[in-house]
Design a protein around this ligand. Sequence first.
Ligand code: ATP
Ligand code: MG
Length: 271
Amino acid sequence: MNAHASVGQYRTLYGPDDAPTPHITVRGLSKTFQGVVIYDNFNLDIPRGRFTSVFGPNGCGKSTLINLIAGLIPVDRGEVLFGGKTLAQTRIGYVFQNYREALFPWMTAFANVEYALTLRKVPAKQAKERVNALVERLGVKIDLTRYPYEMSGGQQQLVSIMRALVVEPEVLFLDEPFSALDYEMTLFMRDQLQRVFEETGTTMVLVSHDLEEAVYLADYVLLLSRRPAKIADFPLVPMARPRHPSTLSDPDFVELKGRCLETFQREVRKS
Ligand SMILES: Nc1ncnc2c1ncn2[C@@H]1O[C@H](COP(=O)(O)OP(=O)(O)OP(=O)(O)O)[C@@H](O)[C@H]1O
Ligand SMILES: [Mg+2]
């Protein structure tokens, strides 16, 4: 059907990429919840310094995958390495879907971001400098002296992303980070995230239930099958960055999205 280089490997059928190296290697991953097999001997390579979107049928195990990789839930069997290092040797960031519960309501936005460094025992003066440097680097224009309840959902989610980024993670995981936002804010946040990605070159792994978003943001789209989840496809998204709203009507984009949709529908139809 396609040109998989090997099991678990992203492929570059749609065009050239400057040969990214794998950053996250998942080998022999197995996970069962109450007798339901979610992953059975699953293998995956996620490329370094690239944006990977994860898309697949409802309940197929998208969140479980990044939670297993990020160590939020234990694996039954298998190994996950980050450029050969263990999770404990790797700085990761995680942005949750529910921004309302993610920030501390009694802390200002600035203090919320700074807290990620305080936890890591970074001295206060240095921590403040690092938050300020990040704000400047990202060109964030929101008032960080405000409390979460004084901010819009998008602003709060941007603060969550900053809190994840301030520790300079080697990998940033995002699980449907924009799904609670309205459409206008979602469009804005996609572009903010894209800017952060281009600015930092951090390996990013985004779970999205929105195929357009998954393709728009990604260098690679990991399409999962129904459970036990397998890689249904893992195509390269060849469109130049930065992507613009006009990218959505680019024939290459439309074609790739169509192919992903076909794969998805084929997977959903399988019983
Ligand atoms: N802690 C848990 N205990 C028991 N079952 C679980 C647990 N977490 C997830 N599951 C089940 O595992 C399957 C995969 O869940 P997961 O949340 O990873 O799916 P998903 O692809 O992220 O779904 P969605 O599209 O709904 O976000 C689902 O059937 C879910 O009910
Ligand atoms: Mg999920």
